[in-house]
Design a protein. Sequence first.
Length: 433
Amino acid sequence: MTRNIKPATAIQGRISLPGDKSISHRYGMLAGLTEGISTIRNYSTGADCASTLACMRALGVPIARDGNLVVIDGVGLTGLRPPSRPLDAGNSGSTIRMLSGILAGQSFTSEIGGDKSLSQRPMKRIMTPLEQMGARIEARDGNFPPLKIHGGELRPIHYELPVASAQVKTAVLFAGLFASGWTVVREPLPTRDHSEIALGEFGAYVEVEGTEIRIEGGPTLQGQELTVPGDISSAAFFIAAALLLTGSELVIEGLGLNPSRASILDLLRGMGADIEILDRREDHGETVGDILIHGPESAEHPSLQGGVIEGAMTAAVIDEIPILAVLGAASADGLIIRDAAELRVKETDRIATVADNLSRMGVEVEVEPDGLRIPGRQSFRPAQLDSFGDHRIAMAFAVAGLCAAGESELNNAEAAAVSFPEFYDLLEEITRS
C-alpha cells in the first residue's frame, strides 16, 4: 500500500495510545501459565502481540478477546499441550525468542517459525543458554527459524549475557520457571525490566541486584487483573512530530514511563526538548504518567541541540533510533549514533533503510558499520519513500514526510500495522495543515 504524506504546520491535541507491546507480550505468555483467570485491559492491538496470543491458544490456553480486552484462563506451569501444527510467530522476534524459554521447559517437542523477515533473524543467542539448561534445539543453519525445540526437565544456570538483550534475558528467566533451583542472569548493561516486574506481579520469586536477576523455579503463578500502559516506543513518533513542527502542543495520556524504557524522554530532554511529565503514578509495578510536549517557537530555533548516542544509551533507545535519526537531521548540531550494530539484524537492516530514506529526502547522512552520522539544520524534500516492510521505518518516515516542502509517498506503508494499526489515523487526527 502506498500512502500519501502531506506536509503539516503543527501537531496539536490530546491522545492515549494502545498498550505497550513489550508488556503485552509478557502478560500474554505469563497469564497462560497461571492458576486462574487474568483480565488484561489495553492489550496491544499490533499484529506481533496477536501472534503471541495465537501461539498460546495453539498450546491449549483458553483466550477470549474483545478489542484491547483480553481474558486468559491459565493452565498452570504444567498444563500446556503439544501444538497440532508449527507455531507461527509472524513477524515477532519477541514472540519467538521469549516463548522459546517456555517451550524449552515442556515435556513435548514443538516447532516455531514465522514470516520471511523473521526467518532471517538470529536465534543462536537464545539457543545457547536454553541448551545449557537442558533443552535440545534445532535451527536452520544452526541459527535461524524455524526452531524445533525438544523440551524437558531443565537445570538452573548462571548465565552472563554476551550482549545486552531483554529478549534473551526473558527467554532464560521464563525457562527458569521450569528449572529446579535458582536461575541467575547477569546483564552487561541494564535492559528493560518488564519481565522481572511481570513475573513478580504474577507470583514468581524474583530477586534483582544491580544487573543480576535471579528466579526460583516451580512457583504457582496466580491470575491477575492488569492494565497495559500506553506504549512509549509508539509515543516516540508523535513526540518527534511535535518537536519537529513549529507551534505544536501535544498531551499523551496514560503512557508507560518505566525507567528502563523512559530513557528516550531523558535523552530528548537532555538535548533541549520541552517535555513535561504531568502525572506520575504506579500501576502493578509499572510507572505510568501523562506527558506534555511543546514544539519549537520558530523554524530558526530547533527543539533539539543534537549530540551523540552511544554505549548504554544506544541499548536503551535501540527501537527509537529510526525516529531519532529523523530528529537528528532537524536538530541544531546534528546527531551521531554509535554502538547500534544490533540494528543490522532487526526487521530490516535499519541502519541501511534509515540512511536510504534520509538520502531520498535530500538529507546528508554518513553510514558507519555500527551507526550513523547526521549533520543538523537540514531540511526534508518530498520523496518516494519505502518502509521496506519494517513497521518502525514506516512510522519514522511518515513523520519525516510531515516536514517536507511538498507531498511524499510512502510505499509499503501497511507495515505499521505489525505494531500499531491505528498509527496513521491517530497521526492524522492531531496533524494541522
